[in-house]
Ligand binder design. Structure first.
Ligand code: CAA
Length: 690
């Protein structure tokens, strides 16, 4: 235990150093070590003041999240905070790196706090589906007031040292090495220049108005989530005597801990980090200085914006001068937006380097060129050859969303330098990038894709080559399920409402109208020759809308009519539907909300299972990350395959078999699910680190 927590005595000062790399998570060993250290120094007659600090990157980044939902050993953080607060000798905490969650709770149970500039403080528990359960909901309101505590605790917002000082969360901000700061702070306590007090003794001014206002606001802003509401209830009990408030906090904390949302949100936390653990991770990324982007449409200008925001010099190439001017204007608007939202300083904007050109020769100095031209194989192949000619040896990436990369690479002299970087629109906002690995893509090229994504502040997920890669392939399956439900007579507004009720921001038909129905129509026409004639054709209704020129919002009408104040279902749909149902012999069988979401979710899981089975995704958690960070999958549900585990493989198989009675071509049980159902397996078991 000594290795996690060390003590030292320097004159009248007792030092406690926490040392649990990489971030000083408060796991069982650190907790036990901390209590032992406190006891030791409290009993040492030479010690008059105790200073607590972290070695390495952080003070304490919070509880050890890996322990949640698993058996662990005491002492627990609430006891530690109480022990710390009741210590007879003054204890000062020195905060650097991260003082988050349980780490901040330890800090506010100490008798004074000194922040080292650059520290991040906050209560991110709510983002993990829980609440600060080690006295945070009781001590924070005493220290900084009910309204400020509610803000930090219900949003999980992270703040810096200066804001923490202004709020009264810390007593001083300073610079320096944490150990030296600890000694200096303890010296100040001894000299009476840094006052100390027990947070629990501070008189709390109740603020029922702030409680009510926050509770009301959360009802509207977080209708799906469980823990933000429990956070408010816990803070409301801070008006009680401390022991009673702490007991109530514990009760609410346990409710959160037992909620499936906690498991989903923690899965999402680890998914974000797991995706970088790929087999190519040991390869050294190639250095990337200048980046070229070919194609100045929505995707090209978004990608160029993302690269500029990350500080890369960018060359934007577009054959049509008009399109180039439009793309440059879009980039300028994006950058203006970044400045007005405070994401980019005006002087930094002025220093960004964007060159534009109409010929590929301008790409000669680029180390990486990303093409985002029209989604057509021969157009893409011609552009890739031009790029290779302009900058031989450079990495070349395609932003295609479904085309076959291996076919695309056929004309290249160096297919080993070629990969897919599939961005999501708007590319400078959306966090997901699928890094698509073709047959000849070299490991260091993959590693470069991941390094680039990291620098762009994005989450990269490795994907194999198939139609639609991970995300669009699975989306096309659940879109089909939605189309089939509509053909069977479930109103589109009911489907959209049910999908929103599941937690997506939009339903599939609302999304279709936003994106434009012409895109899907073009894809269906392209696929017409290879369509299975015996299978129910899901696109029949969408085709009729498109034939009428109704492409969604941009034409004023699509699935919905957008000409009035708010969208209303397109009034022509019932007539079109009756015609299709009569021609196809479909008896209408509208579904209710639970059946809608069950079908939608099952179609998603069915295709996701195939994507894992075929190795298109390395692990189930990669699929979950794609949906969490690129498709608006509700974070508290953890992702489609986390949900699959929650439902159970046997139940998923049973659902698919039931639906297959109506539509055996579409609903087919993937082998992997059948095996899991037989053996009682879970997708989580396949989330090994590759
Ligand atoms: N528990 C366990 N592991 C943690 C962790 C935690 N609290 N915080 C970070 N880690 C792990 C990460 O999973 C990662 O592990 P791998 O290298 O194996 O992937 C490693 O530490 C480094 O983390 P990052 O890659 O995120 O490093 P970073 O420098 O980018 O960020 C950080 C550091 C700001 C601390 C960030 O990791 C973070 O925000 N962590 C979560 C903090 C948090 O939510 N704390 C609250 C926990 S809940 C709680 O505390 C409640 C309670 O008391 C009961």
């Amino acid at each position: 235990m000594a290795e996690f927590v060390r003590t030292g005595v320097e004159g009248r000062i007792g030092l406690i150093a926490l040392d649990n790399p990489p971030v000083n998570a408060a796991g069982a060993a650190l907790r036990a070590g901390l209590v032992a250290a406190l006891d030791r120094l409290a009993a040492d007659p030479a010690v008059e003041v105790i200073a607590l600090y972290g070695e390495g990157r952080s003070f304490i980044a919070g509880a050890d999240i890996r322990e949640f939902g698993r058996p662990s050993a005491g002492p627990w953080l609430p006891e530690i905070c109480n022990r710390l607060e009741s210590c007879e000798k003054p204890v000062v905490a020195v905060l650097h790196g991260a003082a988050l969650g349980g780490g901040l709770e330890v800090a506010i149970a100490a008798h004074a706090r000194v922040a080292v500039a650059g520290v991040t403080l906050g209560f991110p528990e709510v983002t993990l589906g829980i609440l600060p359960g080690a006295g945070g909901t009781q001590r924070a309101p005493r220290l900084i007031g009910v309204a400020a505590a509610l803000d930090l605790i219900t949003t999980g917002r992270r703040i810096g040292a200066e804001e923490a000082l202004a709020l009264g969360l810390v007593d001083q901000v300073t610079q320096g090495d944490p150990r030296a700061v600890a000694l200096a702070a303890a010296g100040q306590v001894l000299a009476g220049r840094l006052p100390t007090r027990r947070t629990g003794d501070i008189h709390i001014t109740p603020d029922p108005e702030a409680i009510e206002k926050t509770a009301e606001a959360l009802k509207h802003s977080q209708p799906h989530l469980f823990s933000p509401h429990r956070c408010v209830e816990a803070v409301a009990t801070a008006a009680l005597p401390l022991p009673e408030g702490l007991a109530e906090e514990r009760r609410l904390f346990r409710l959160c801990m037992d909620s499936p949302q906690r498991a989903g949100l923690i899965h999402a936390f680890f998914a974000e980090r797991a995706v970088a653990k790929i087999r190519e991770a040991t390869a050294t990324p190639r250095p990337v200085g200048q980046i070229g982007v070919v194609g100045a449409g929505t995707m090209g200008s978004g990608i160029a914006t993302a690269c500029l925001l990350a500080g890369y010099p960018v060359v934007l190439v577009e054959k049509s001068p008009e399109a180039l001017a439009r793309g440059s204007a879009a980039i300028a608007r994006n950058l203006d937006g970044a400045v007005s939202r405070g994401k980019l300083r005006p002087e930094a904007r002025a220093a960004l380097s964007l060159d534009t050109a109409t010929a590929a020769a301008a790409l000669s100095g680029c180390d990486l060129v990303i093409e985002a031209v029209f989604e057509d194989m021969s157009v893409k192949q011609a552009v890739l050859s031009e790029i290779e000619l302009a900058c031989p040896g450079a990495l070349i990436a395609t932003n295609t969303s479904y085309l076959d990369l291996n076919e695309m690479a056929q004309g290249l002299d160096a297919p080993e330098n070629f990969l897919g970087l599939h961005f999501f629109s708007p590319a400078h906002v959306m966090r997901l990038v699928e890094v698509v690995v073709a047959a000849e893509t070299q490991p260091e090229v993959v590693a470069t894709g991941f390094a680039l994504a990291r620098r762009l502040g994005k989450i990269a997920v490795r994907a194999g080559v198939c139609d639609g890669f991970i995300g669009n392939r699975i989306m096309s399956a659940y879109r089909k399920a939605a189309d089939l439900m509509a053909l069977d007579g479930t109103p589109i507004a009911a489907i959209d409402a049910a999908v929103r009720g599941y937690g997506f921001a939009m339903g599939p038909f609302e999304m279709g109208d936003l994106a434009g129905l012409d895109i899907g129509w073009a894809a269906r026409k392209r696929q017409a020759a290879t369509r299975d004639p015996a299978a129910r054709y899901h696109g029949a209704l969408a085709d009729r809308l498109c034939e009428a020129g109704w492409f969604g919002r941009k034409t004023g009408r699509g699935w919905y009519d957008h000409s009035g104040d708010g969208p209303v279902p397109n009034p022509e749909i019932p007539r079109l539907l009756r015609e299709i149902q009569a021609a196809e012999g479909i008896t209408p069988r509208p579904l209710d909300a639970p059946d809608i979401v069950a079908r939608y979710e099952t179609a998603m899981i069915m295709e996701a299972a195939r994507v894992v089975e075929e190795g298109i995704a390395l692990r189930p958690i990669d699929v979950d990350a794609v949906f969490l960070f690129g498709y608006g999958f509700p974070r508290w549900k953890g992702g489609p395959l986390h949900q699959a585990d929650a439902i159970g493989a046997a139940e998923i198989c049973a659902r698919i078999e039931r639906h297959a009675l109506d539509n055996p071509r579409f609903w087919q049980v993937p082998d992997i699910l059948r095996r899991m159902a037989r053996a009682g397996g879970r997708f989580a078991d396949l989330n090994r680190e590759d």
